[in-house]
Design a protein around this ligand. Structure first.
Ligand code: BEZ
Length: 210
């Protein structure tokens, strides 16, 4: 069954390029991003894995641990990593899960047979410190992901987990946010001392509170 927002991320124990990982234990109290790619030794995947390695400092700043997965073997991953490092000018700095038996791919419904039944599509799962799934995105094999967008969503998830706010379209970190409709006007001064702008009774902006 498909994984839905708010579900506990299924746990698993697997071989990775950084040794055996038990997912929940490996996450500890951090956020996680589990992302699948279709196949080792393919061009778009090579650029994606390089891109996440380059952004590792940004994930670290947000307390997020990235982990990649495909249904290739550990030997295949190990042969491919030097190509990623060479072509993307990085040193891979997070684990890639080997899932030749499709254990995790099936658990997370990453194989979409009407697209292709031989490999995982480009799934993304963001998991919170409570082990609950906070975000799912699915891209087709032919489209490489925008990991800056995934960082942007993580900024929003982390902010809205802390404050009674939502983030508007195309919001980026530092811009004004929307006060949750459940907050009454008379409660705003105490909760949002930076003030607010009321455009409509249901559309109230406040400067980013953190
Ligand atoms: C790629 O990563 O380039 C790719 C993988 C599978 C299908 C299409 C493209």
């Amino acid at each position: 069954m498909a994984i839905r927002l708010g579900d506990i991320a299924p746990d698993f124990t697997v071989e990775t390029t950084e040794g055996v990982v038990n997912f929940h234990e490996w996450l500890g109290d951090k956020w996680g991003i589990l992302f699948s790619h279709p196949k080792d030794f393919t061009p778009v995947c090579t650029t994606e894995l390089g891109s996440v390695a380059r952004l590792k400092g940004e994930f670290d700043k947000r307390n997020v641990k990235p982990i990649a997965i495909s249904v290739d073997s550990l030997e295949s991953h190990q042969l491919w990593v030097p190509d990623i490092n060479e072509t993307q000018k990085v040193t891979l700095n997070y684990p890639i899960i080997a899932d030749p038996e499709r254990k995790v791919a099936n658990l997370y419904d990453m194989i979409h047979p009407n697209a292709n039944d031989n490999f995982t599509v480009r799934s993304v799962f963001v998991i919170g410190p409570d082990k609950k799934v906070k975000l799912t995105i699915t891209y087709p094999a032919s489209t490489g992901r925008n990991f800056d967008e995934i960082l942007r969503v993580i900024d929003s998830l982390q902010l809205t987990a802390q404050y009674s706010v939502a983030t508007p379209a195309n919001w980026t970190n530092g811009q004004d946010v929307i006060i949750a409709p459940a907050i009454k006007d008379e409660e705003i001064a105490a909760k949002f001392p930076k003030g607010f702008t009321k455009v409509k009774p249901y559309l109230r902006y406040t400067p980013q509170p953190n």
